[in-house]
Design a protein around this ligand. Structure first.
Ligand SMILES: [Zn+2]
Length: 484
C-alpha cells in the first residue's frame, strides 16, 4: 500500500475495503512521482518480451484475435453498475479509442432507456462495430434491428438446467426459433452471432448439431459461453477444437471468472481456433464477472507483442480502467495485471540489482508499453546496494561502491528496527555523503529517538566486521522472499 498516493478515485463499502490506492503506476504520475518507499527508475529496455516461443498450432488465433467488449452489456450486470446515457457514451468512446473491435450493448428489450441508449451509441459513428445482445425470439430481434446496430448477438440456454428451469423449451423448439431469428436478422444485412448459454454443461451432441445448423444458414459467428465459470482451460481447448472442426464461421467465446480461469480460458480458446473473445473493463459482470480487458492484454502481449501493440492503444488502459472503476465505485485491485499499484514494483535487493541491469530478468511485460513506470522499492530491509546506488544517482550524489555498501548497511539496520519512508532513506544517504565530504560526524537521521539510536548502534555492531554487504544482502533477501 502506498498511502501518500492520490486518494482512491471513488469508494463505496466494497471499494473502500479493497485498498486505498490506485495511483502508483499511473501514467500521469510517471517516473517523477514519489511514493513512500518507492522510486521510479530508468533502466535498459528489454527487447524481447518472452524468451519462450509460443506452442505452435496451425489453428491458433493468438496472433489474430478480435475483442468483443461487453462492459456496456455484461458490465451492466455487475452489482454496482448503473450507467446513465452520458456515462455509456463516455465509456463507448473510450473503448473505441482504445481500439476494441466490437462494443456490445444491453438488449433494447431490457428497458425503454436501454433502447434509446443503444440508438444514441449507434449514432456516434465509432470505428468499433456496435452489437446488441438479445434473447432468441422474434420480438427482441425486431427491436434490435431497428436500433441501427451493426450486428446482433443472439443467445439461448442449451444446458439441461436452463431447458428445465429457465425457458422450458426443448432442442427442436430452440433450433426452429434460432433459424427464424437468424434469417430475419440476416435479411436486414447486419451481422448475426448465435450462442448457446451455459455451453459447458450442455450436451455435446445438442451443441454440435445446432451450431452445424446455424453455420449452414450463414451466421457470422457461433458463440460458446461458460456462463457459470466452471470450465477449465483443457475443457475449453477440447470444446473449441471440436467445434472448429464442425463450423466454418468465426467462433466467439465468453468466460466467467467464478473459478479464476477467465483469462486462461480465453487464451486457450484462441489457441484452439476461436476468433473472438468477450471482455469487460476490470472484468465487471454478473457475479464476479468475465475475462478482464486489461488482464487479457497482459496475457496477449506476452504471446504476441507486435500484434497487440499494433492494434490497441495500451497506454490508454489505465485511464479506461480508472473511468470504469470510478463509474461503478470500486478500486483497481492491488494485484491487477498491469495496473495494480505494485504490478511493476521490485522490492528484494536481489531482484532490484538484476532489474537495474536488465528488466527482463524479473519482468515479462515492459511497463512502458502501457505508458507506465517500473519502481524499485529501496527503503526496506530487503534492499541492496545497487538499488541504493541508483537512488543516490537520482539525488545527484556520487560515492564509491564501498561507500554505497556502507550506507546501505545503515539503511538496512534502520529498516530492521522500524518501517522507513523514502525520506528516511534519502536523509541517510545525504547525511552519510555530507559526512564523507566534510570529514565530520553527521547525524544520519535527526528524528530518531534515543531508544532507536541505541538499537541501531547495536544492529550495526552486530553486522559490521562479520561479512561483506554482498554476502549479507542476497541470502537475506532469499530467506525472506524464497527467491520468488
Ligand atoms: Zn456472461
Amino acid at each position: 500500500m502506498c498511502p501518500s498516493c492520490e486518494p482512491a478515485a471513488a469508494a463505496n463499502g466494497n471499494g473502500a475495503s479493497n485498498g486505498a490506492s490506485n495511483g502508483a503506476n499511473g501514467s500521469a504520475k510517471g517516473k517523477d512521482a514519489n511514493h513512500d518507499g518507492f522510486t521510479a527508475i530508468e533502466s535498459k529496455v528489454h527487447k524481447n518480451v518472452s524468451p519462450y516461443q509460443p506452442v505452435g498450432d496451425f489453428l491458433s488465433n493468438v496472433s489474430s484475435f478480435k475483442i468483443i467488449e461487453s462492459t456496456l452489456r455484461e458490465g451492466e450486470q455487475f452489482a454496482n453498475a448503473f450507467f446513465d446515457t452520458a456515462k455509456k457514451i463516455e465509456i463507448a468512446k473510450a473503448l473505441d479509442d482504445f481500439g476494441v473491435d466490437y462494443i456490445e450493448l444491453t438488449s433494447p428489450a431490457a428497458s425503454e432507456q436501454s433502447r434509446a441508449d443503444c440508438e444514441a451509441i449507434c449514432k456516434l459513428g465509432l470505428k468499433a462495430k456496435i452489437l446488441t445482445h438479445i434473447r432468441c425470439n422474434m420480438s427482441d430481434a425486431r427491436l434490435a434491428v431497428q436500433t441501427g446496430v451493426d450486428g446482433v448477438d443472439v443467445v439461448i440456454g442449451t444446458s439441461s438446467y436452463l431447458m428445465e428451469h429457465s425457458h422450458g423449451k426443448d432442442m427442436t423448439y430452440i433450433t426452429n426459433t434460432a433459424i427464424e431469428v437468424i434469417n430475419f436478422v440476416k435479411s436486414h444485412n447486419i451481422e448475426i452471432r448465435f450462442s448457446s448459454e451455459d455451453s459447458f454443461r450442455s450436451s455435446l451432441v445438442d451443441l454440435l448439431s445446432i451450431y452445424s445448423t446455424v453455420d449452414k444458414i450463414g451466421v457470422n459467428r457461433v458463440g460458446i459461453a461458460d456462463t457459470v465459470g466452471c470450465a477449465s482451460p483443457r475443457q475449453v481447448y477440447d470444446l473449441v477444437r471440436t467445434l472448429r472442426g464442425v463450423v466454418s464461421c468465426d467462433i466467439e467465446t465468453h468466460f466467467h471468472n467464478d473459478t479464476g480461469c477467465a483469462i486462461a480460458n480465453a487464451y486457450c480458446a484462441l489457441e484452439a481456433g476461436a476468433t473472438h473473445v468477450d471482455t469487460s473493463v476490470l472484468g465487471i459482470g454478473e457475479r464476479n464477472g468475465i475475462t478482464p480487458l486489461g488482464g487479457l492484454m497482459a496475457r496477449m502481449i506476452a504471446a504476441d507483442r507486435d500484434y497487440v501493440i499494433s492494434k490497441y492503444k495500451l497506454h490508454k488502459l489505465k485511464d479506461l480502467e480508472d473511468l470504469v472503476a470510478q463509474a461503478v465505485e470500486v478500486n483497481i485491485p492491488f494485484n491487477n495485471p498491469v495496473t495494480g499499484f505494485c504490478a511493476f514494483t521490485h522490492k528484494a535487493g536481489i531482484h532490484a540489482k538484476a532489474i537495474l541491469n536488465n528488466p527482463s530478468t524479473y519482468e515479462i511485460i515492459n511497463p512502458s508499453d502501457f505508458g507506465l513506470s517500473r519502481y524499485v522499492h529501496f527503503a526496506s530491509r530487503l534492499t541492496g546496494w545497487n538499488a541504493i546506488k541508483s537512488r543516490a544517482s537520482q539525488l545527484n550524489i556520487e560515492m564509491t561502491d564501498e561507500q554505497y555498501k556502507q550506507v546501505t548497511q545503515k539503511i538496512k539496520a534502520l529498516a530492521d528496527i522500524r518501517p522507513i519512508a523514502i525520506d528516511d532513506a534519502d536523509s541517510i544517504i545525504r547525511a552519510f555523503h555530507l559526512g564523507i565530504k566534510t570529514g565530520k560526524e553527521v547525524e544520519l537521521l535527526p528524528n530518531m529517538t534515543a531508544e532507536e539510536k541505541a538499537l541501531l548502534a547495536e544492529k550495526e555492531a552486530s553486522v559490521t566486521g562479520k561479512r561483506a554487504l554482498d554476502e549479507i544482502t542476497e541470502p537475506a533477501a532469499k530467506k525472506v522472499n524464497n527467491g520468488a
